[in-house]
Write a protein that binds this ligand. Structure first.
Ligand code: 26Q
Length: 767
């Protein structure tokens, strides 16, 4: 805390530009081990606890994960916090302190069952309630207006319902640098007026009811990623945290300034996807209504202040809100959005005269059917920078999804390839590998990941390879014990650990993976004496509670596992495991134990992926498509050190249009494929029941399968056979594994944050 106070004092004294990273999600995980590592206290604390008769490992396992995020986007925000602290960037994270994080997943009868994650039940030692920072946030009701002395339109939002936002700070220590930044997460509290109004008319119970209702705002994280969830509560959560954050931003800014000329030189706001994009009309409202600026001046400040990161390519996943709802919940913001749109469409009409199509596509308001506000359009128009999260993703944004905007503002869209923090994803989760590397090349690589290159010199050294293999083997043994404990499945640590862990989604194609598992199973039955490498295929991941197909895919995986694991003919040559409740802490146990990392999304669908980087940094080889950051991993490690299969994004586009082959063609001509599909359809994994998995079989055979599983299946199966063969050659495999780690430097989130700082935020790392 002392270091935290000192850090804040320095920021304050230096009057530096500050960065605000706004995110509805921060998937932090546990903090104890991380804090001890970053502060260099691991040995001391281990020893001290020993003297007190406690085991640090045991203590660490008791910490609840702070799971305030769904997956990639939330974890990226958490990795960024670590890099920001380590690089001394004057930045803050802002979000919501949910009482309930992402749900706990249990597997019952092979199906996912959700239960609430009440991580704050007994409080958290890492959260500090800041009762001095409490702000009112307004909702609903109406806007009055008048003309001021200069004849300008002036609006006031009145009669509002008020919810209080209370600051809760979570401290984030940098690595080995005495720097501590904070994430400020808001909690909703009832306002006093609200209590009193009911009290006055004698409705005591009613007043408590209202109090409870207004506090539901920060109750629970929405558990759906990349599928639309358009509830009013979600919109209110977004505005709640944005409004409170801007109270804080304005308070800090106005301490040193009495006009807004310098605002964009003092403040940078990064929007983590469109979830906080209501911040754009909110800043306009503050500048216009509270501070009396002219529209043009206010708008110029807005665009210079905001930057927006996009995390998805799928048009159906883009956020929209009905005009009706925004008008009701945030009436003044709806007015401002209309005015932004009116002025913007004038610009469009000037730039592209007569193009009705451009106007229709670029408008913030979607006009066909119920009118809706397109948050991505708002975010692009209101920001000076729009970035994708990997090179391919950004190119596709420019070419397809945001083509019109790219044409209009050719300098706006830029690329910032994602990264991961090497502190958590190597040093903390894989201490033995981190130590082995350190003994060879020194420990500076932890804050300068490019230094891992020095490992290249040792890739062929048999003695080094031996130690490398021993570390991997130790990690696999630990994971085997965990699997035994949680799933009661015995796995062989000498088998190939073939792992796919991530949210369950059709586009991520866990189904393709299980099709290979079935093919492998059939092959083993057919060839009882084959010498093929034994495999343990491991899955983990949560499905959005409302996502039927994803849940059915989990059921198929667990059903295949049941059949395969019990089949005496298989004799331990194949095990299938679904580890329940995938979260950050479980990921830290899985990554170090992987031999093969599955990154098999349909090309053009996964914006970046970050699990791919975690696996590779821990010495797994990747089997993957030319999608997201896989392409850049390929560029770094070289094509001999990664297994690439399947169609390119361009081929996917082409096939969708021209359908040169259909899934049925493949099913009818390839007997291996035929057998796999029939096995699922005929009930081989559902005790003869042919109904359970019919929807999946239908999807697979459909001409309209948007994820083209069967079109990639043959190439995937061939690739997997190569992998099986090459795994048997320990020397070559180890060499590839070492080279993967040696060439992961680019994927440090320190590199990513350095690029954001220089190219978007205009701030310098503080050495
Ligand atoms: C939106 C509206 C209402 C409710 C929920 C949401 C919502 C929540 C979470 C929409 C999307 C998300 C999360 C998206 C996400 O995690 N995307 C991933 O971001 C990673 C970091 O950039 C990428 O590596 C992944 O490729 C991308 O899928």
């Amino acid at each position: 805390m002392e270091k935290w106070i000192n850090t804040q004092k320095t920021f304050y004294a230096e009057k530096k530009k500050r960065v605000y990273y706004l995110s509805l999600e921060f998937l932090v995980g546990r903090s104890l081990g991380n804090a001890l590592i970053n502060m260099g206290l691991m040995n001391e604390v281990t020893e001290a606890l020993e003297q007190l008769g406690h085991d640090l490992e045991d203590l660490r396992e008791r910490e609840e994960d702070a799971a305030l995020g769904n997956g990639g986007l939330g974890r990226l925000a958490a990795c960024f916090m670590d890099s920001i602290a380590t690089m001394k960037i004057p930045a803050y994270g802002y979000g919501i302190c949910y009482d309930y994080g992402i749900f706990h997943q249990k597997i019952i009868d092979g199906y996912q069952v959700e239960s609430p994650d009440s991580w704050l039940r007994f409080g958290s030692p890492w959260m500090y309630e800041r009762t001095a920072f409490v702000y009112p946030v307004n909702f609903y009701r109406r806007v009055t207006s008048c003309l001021d002395e200069n004849g300008n339109y002036r609006a006031t939002w009145i009669d509002t319902e008020v919810v209080m936002a209370m600051a809760c700070d979570m401290l984030v220590p940098g690595f080995n640098n005495d720097h501590v930044i904070n994430m400020r997460l808001w909690k909703a509290r009832a306002s006093r007026e609200l209590d009193l109004s009911h009290f006055n008319v004698g409705d005591y119970i009613g007043s408590v009811d209202d109090k409870v209702r207004s506090e539901t705002l920060s109750k629970v994280l929405y558990p759906s990623d990349e599928i639309r969830e358009g509830q009013e509560l979600r919109l209110k959560q977004q505005y709640f945290f944005v409004a409170a954050t801007f109270c804080d931003i304005m308070r800090r800014y106005l301490k040193h300034n009495d006009d807004f000329i310098d605002f964009p030189n003092q403040v940078a706001v990064q929007l983590n996807d469109t979830h906080p994009a209501i911040a754009i009309p909110e800043l306009m409202r503050l500048l216009l209504d509270d501070h009396g600026l002219a529209w043009e001046v206010a708008w110029d400040i807005c665009v210079k202040t905001f930057a927006y990161t996009n995390h998805t390519l799928m048009p159906e996943a883009l956020e929209t809100w009905s005009v009706e709802m925004i008008s009701r919940v945030l009436p003044r913001h709806m007015e401002i959005i209309y005015e932004i749109n009116r002025r913007f469409l004038e610009e469009v009409a000037m730039k592209f005269p007569g193009s009705k199509r451009k106007i229709r596509e670029m408008s913030i308001i979607e006009e066909d059917g119920v009118r809706r506000v397109r948050m991505a359009n708002l975010a692009i128009i209101g920001s000076h920078s729009v970035n994708g999260v990997a090179a391919l993703h950004t190119e596709l944004l420019k070419r397809d999804l945001f083509r019109n905007f790219h044409e209009m503002y050719p300098r706006r869209i830029n690329s910032k390839t994602n990264g991961i923090t090497p502190r958590r994803w190597l040093l903390k989760c894989n201490p033995d590998l981190a130590a082995l590397i350190g003994e060879e090349i020194g420990f500076d690589y932890i804050t300068d990941l490019d230094q891992l290159r020095k490992l290249e010199a040792h890739a062929d050294d048999p003695a080094f390879q031996k130690r490398w293999q021993q570390v991997k083997r130790g990690n696999k043994q630990k994971l085997s014990a965990l699997i035994e404990q949680t799933c009661a499945i015995t796995v062989d640590p000498d088998s190939m650990f073939d792992i796919q862990v991530k949210r369950i989604h059709e586009y991520k194609r866990q189904l393709l993976n299980i099709l290979h598992v079935i093919a492998f199973y059939h092959r083993l039955i057919g060839e009882p004496d084959s010498t093929e490498a034994a495999r343990t295929v491991i899955f983990a991941g949560k499905a959005a509670p409302s996502y039927k197909r994803a849940k059915l895919i989990i059921k198929l995986i667990t059903s295949v596992a049941d059949v395969v694991n019990r089949d005496p003919r298989i004799k331990d040559r194949l095990k299938v495991v679904f580890l329940p409740n995938y979260n950050v802490s479980l990921a830290e146990k899985i990554m170090p134990a992987a031999d093969l990392s599955e990154q098999i999304s349909t090309a053009g669908t996964e914006a970046s992926g970050t699990g791919n980087m975690k696996f590779s940094l821990n010495g797994a080889l990747t089997v993957g498509t030319l999608d997201g950051a896989n392409i850049e991993i390929l560029e770094e490690v070289g094509s001999e050190n990664i297994y690439i299969f399947g169609m390119t994004a361009e081929q996917v586009e082409y096939e969708k249009l021209h359908k040169s082959r259909t899934p049925l063609d493949i099913y009818n001509t390839n007997p291996v494929v035929h057998r796999i599909i029939d096995a699922i359809g005929n009930g081989q994994f559902s005790s003869g029941d042919t109904e359970t998995f019919r929807p999946l079989v239908d999807d697979l055979l459909s001409e309209h399968d948007p994820y083209l599983l069967l079109l990639d299946l043959e190439s995937y199966l061939t690739c997997q056979e190569t992998i099986s063969r090459e795994f048997l050659d320990k020397r070559t495999w180890s060499r590839k594994s070492i080279l993967n780690v040696a060439r992961m430097g680019k994927f440090s989130s320190d590199r990513t944050i350095g690029e954001y700082a220089r190219e978007i935020w205009g701030v310098e790392p503080g050495i």
